[in-house]
Structures are given as structure tokens and as C-alpha cells.
Design a protein around this ligand. Structure first.
Ligand code: IDP
Ligand code: MG
Length: 140
């Protein structure tokens, strides 16, 4: 079993898509190990997106991710990383497949509603940033 972190980004929360996204998570068969609402600080967002620090959109990305509350969801599934990335679609909603979360609800390449980890290793690491082991509950 693999783990991946879903973040419902501030635009997803603002536009009222929390329910639709959690419903989709359940429909796709993911186990929800942990779930919480949070407000990211500038430091948290900068750390989370550290690999993009040198990109021209980094400062905008940090402003976007800190402008309002997010929902953090720790997911488990077989091949959770690739399964979740298939469900959310391409980074740019314009290029995302029909029916994906980003195609359905995304605004543009920045405001794309949801995060998904990019590897099993990062899935574990990212979940560890936001959840203690005691907060991750495996039984259904
Ligand atoms: P991902 O979220 O699909 O893994 P990444 O390339 O890791 O995409 O980028 C992280 C986040 O940064 C994206 O989800 C999006 O919000 C933002 N982003 C990525 N590329 C651009 C860009 O070219 N302009 C503005 N924002 C971007
Ligand atoms: Mg990424």
C-alpha cells in the first residue's frame, strides 16, 4: 500500500469544492488516513515547494497557497501516487483530461485546486510534514 498527500488548495476551499473532492476520493477507493483543515504559513509553503524556489512563479505560488485555508488529506491506495495524479489531471487544467478534478474545477496553471505528491517517497515525507503517526488511522 502506498501513501500520497492531497491538498485542497485555497481556491478549492473558496469555491466550495471540499465536498465534491472528498466524495471523489471515496469513489476512487482511497482510504482516508488523516484529514484536517489548516492555514499554511509563508514558511510552511516555501518549505513545501522548496524544489520550485528558483522558478519565476515561486513567490506567486507561496502567496496563493497562503491566502486562505487548505484541507490536508493523507490517502492510501495501491499505487496511490499515480492513481491520485490520474484523478487530478495535468498541472495545467487546459491540458488535463476530461473528468479530472483540475479540468472540472481548475482556473489556470497556478490555481489548479488540488495537490498530489509526485513519488511514493515524497508522499510519505509530505504526509509526515502535516500529520503525526498517531493522527493516521488505518482501520476502515
Ligand atoms: P504539480 O502540482 O502538478 O505536481 P508542479 O510542477 O509540482 O505541479 O508545480 C507545483 C504547483 O505550482 C502547481 O500545482 C501549480 O499550482 C504551480 N505552478 C506550476 N507551474 C506553474 C507555472 O508555470 N505558473 C504558475 N504556477 C505554476
Ligand atoms: Mg509537483
Amino acid at each position: 500500500m502506498e501513501r500520497t498527500l492531497c491538498i485542497i488548495k485555497p481556491d478549492g476551499v473558496e469555491k466550495g469544492y471540499i465536498g465534491a473532492i472528498i466524495s471523489r476520493i471515496e469513489k476512487e477507493g482511497f482510504k482516508i488516513l488523516g484529514l484536517k483543515r489548516a492555514r499554511l504559513t509563508k514558511e510552511m509553503a516555501e518549505h513545501f515547494y522548496d524544489i520550485h524556489r528558483e522558478r519565476p512563479f515561486f513567490n506567486d505560488l507561496v502567496s496563493y497557497m497562503t491566502r486562505g485555508p487548505v484541507v490536508l488529506i493523507a490517502l492510501e491506495h495501491e499505487n496511490a501516487v499515480s492513481h491520485w495524479r490520474t484523478v487530478i489531471g495535468a498541472t495545467n487544467p487546459e491540458n488535463a483530461d476530461v473528468g479530472t478534478i483540475r479540468k472540472l474545477y481548475g482556473n489556470n496553471i497556478e490555481e489548479n485546486v488540488v495537490h498530489g505528491s509526485d513519488s511514493a517517497e515524497n508522499g510519505k515525507l509530505e504526509i509526515g510534514v502535516f500529520f503525526s503517526e498517531a493522527e493516521l488511522i488505518s482501520q476502515q
